[in-house]
Design a protein around this ligand. Structure first.
Ligand code: IPM
Ligand code: SF4
Length: 478
């Protein structure tokens, strides 16, 4: 006789639907619906298939683009515009591998739809609610905003998925971050993400899938939810999730890879079940109030080294955990900052608006709004201020809205899509000693270039820092 099923979390629901086989020790053979591929972590996997004479198990699961190594200027020069030979090899190798093996959709370097894989994926409807989504990239967590299980995998796992369409994995623990209330004007999903990491630490979500819920999450746009899930990985989790609601369903409709007609109706019936059941058990629960969140900026070399714009950098002596205190001291040295410094007095000489965290249309709009509102040019102390749309389609949309002009007139550089200055893997990088207001997600030593210093923040905050030459409380602008 069937016993009634106990309430399930969203993560458990999707996971259980995809188990092909479960071992006694809890190792699952998990079916993978969508495999996102970029040029950095796929070459070896394709090579492995070739050596073993194995075809792709299901080429229609693959959606690919080149993003990390592609330049954001000089596209007129074509492939020759990639000056670094290793970068160029990675990009041309991806082209060749996709040509030989096939896929559902490919957005190569120089094509209209190219973009950072985690911006382009949802935009194309490659990620749909209820899917299992993997990519050889840690920020695959982003796609959990679409009520999907999405996580990053290593290169050998990339090959395993290509060859078998499955992955050997164990279930993660369930964690819930519940946010009551409403974010104040001028406070964004990025601030909430940094606030959460500030609270729980970069190891707070270790071994977990974090579901974000509550009124403040429901109120976020799909873009905002993606920003939040993107940074779940910086909180130690492997994936972030948000339940499906009307916004999710509306977002999916009409996307190139989304179902249509009767299939869409059937899909929507299923998508509506993609939420945690009443009474579902979570191993860890965190409860927060959205009104407590103010604009946040990191001061150190880890996303948890973060402070509210209304505050100062912390005093190491107040840190009781000696390992953490040592980390702070080292960070102060690297960042060339002193304890007790008001956050508003930190003066970046570079600004980067973009990445898979904050390179979506809403982010570009928020930054443009700030630039227009302040009505001034980029501060003379700022060497360069880059605006890098997350995808070709975001760039087109922004241009249709005239946002590129606002930036260009104010002295920003309006670039082509790509990972750009998020990491020092292409031509966009900082010089030693540079200090950057960056809308990306990682701020460890050297992330944006040798001896570079990164301050993570929202697009509105980065835009304001570009104009004023230092961080400001952007709430007064909204
Ligand atoms: C290059 C890639 C493997 C890497 C990742 O996995 O996240 C990159 O995207 C990053 O953000 O550091
Ligand atoms: S934008 Fe940055 S974080 Fe995102 S995939 Fe590219 S390098 Fe990684």
């Amino acid at each position: 006789m069937r016993t009634p099923e106990s309430p399930k979390t969203l993560y458990d629901k999707i996971f259980d639907e995809h188990v092909v086989r479960m071992e006694e020790d809890g190792t699952a053979t998990l079916y993978i619906d969508r495999h996102l591929v970029h040029e950095v972590t796929s070459a070896q996997a394709f090579e492995g298939l070739r050596m073993n004479n194995r075809p792709l198990w299901r080429k229609s699961s693959i959606v690919a683009t080149a993003d990390h190594n592609t330049p954001t200027t000089g596209w007129e020069a074509g492939m020759e515009g990639i000056t670094d030979p290793i970068s160029k090899l990675q990009v041309t190798t991806l082209d060749e591998n996709i040509r030989q093996n096939g896929c559902a959709a490919f957005f190569p370097f120089l094509s209209r739809g190219q973009g950072v894989i985690h911006v382009m994926g949802p935009e194309e409807g490659a990620t749909l609610p209820g899917m299992t989504v993997v990519c050889g990239d840690s920020h695959t967590s982003t796609h959990g905003a679409c009520a999907a299980i999405a996580f990053g995998i290593g290169t050998s796992e990339v090959e395993h998925v290509m060859a078998t369409q499955t992955l050997l994995t164990k279930k993660m623990k369930n964690m819930r971050v519940h946010v009551e209330g409403k974010l104040q004007p001028g406070v964004f999903a990025k601030d909430l993400a940094l606030y959460i990491i500030g609270k729980i630490g970069t190891a707070g979500g270790t071994g977990c899938a974090i579901e974000f819920d509550g009124p403040a999450i429901r109120a976020l746009s799909m873009e905002g939810r993606m920003t939040l899930c993107n940074m779940a990985i910086e909180a130690g989790a492997r994936c972030g999730l948000v339940a499906c609601d009307d916004k999710t369903i509306e977002y999916m409709k009409g996307r190139p890879l989304a179902p249509e007609g009767e299939l869409l109706d059937q899909a929507i019936e299923y998508w509506k079940t993609l939420h945690s059941d009443e009474g579902a058990k979570f191993s860890i629960e965190v409860n927060l109030q959205a009104e407590d969140v103010v604009p946040m900026v990191t001061w150190g070399t880890s996303p948890e080294m973060v402070a509210p714009i209304t505050g100062c950098t912390p005093i190491p002596e107040d840190q009781k955990d000696l390992v953490k205190r040592e980390g702070w001291e080292r960070a102060y040295q690297y960042m060339d900052l002193k304890p007790g410094t008001p956050m508003t007095s930190i003066a970046p000489n570079n600004v980067f608006i973009g990445s898979c965290t904050n390179g979506r249309i809403e982010d570009i709009r928020a930054a443009a709004y700030v630039v227009r509102k302040l009505g001034k040019k980029v501060a003379p102390t700022v060497k360069q201020a880059l605006v890098v749309p997350g995808s070709g389609l975001v760039r087109e949309q922004a241009e249709d809205e005239g946002l590129d002009k606002i930036f260009i007139e104010a002295g920003f550089q309006w670039r082509r899509p790509g990972c750009s200055m998020c990491l020092a893997m292409n031509a966009d990088r900082l010089e030693p000693g540079d200090r950057c207001a960056s809308t990306s997600n990682r701020n460890f030593e050297g992330r944006q270039g040798n001896k570079s210093r990164t301050h993570l923040c929202s697009p509105a905050m980065a835009a304001a820092a570009a104009i004023e030459g230092h961080f400001v409380d952007v709430r007064k602008l909204f």
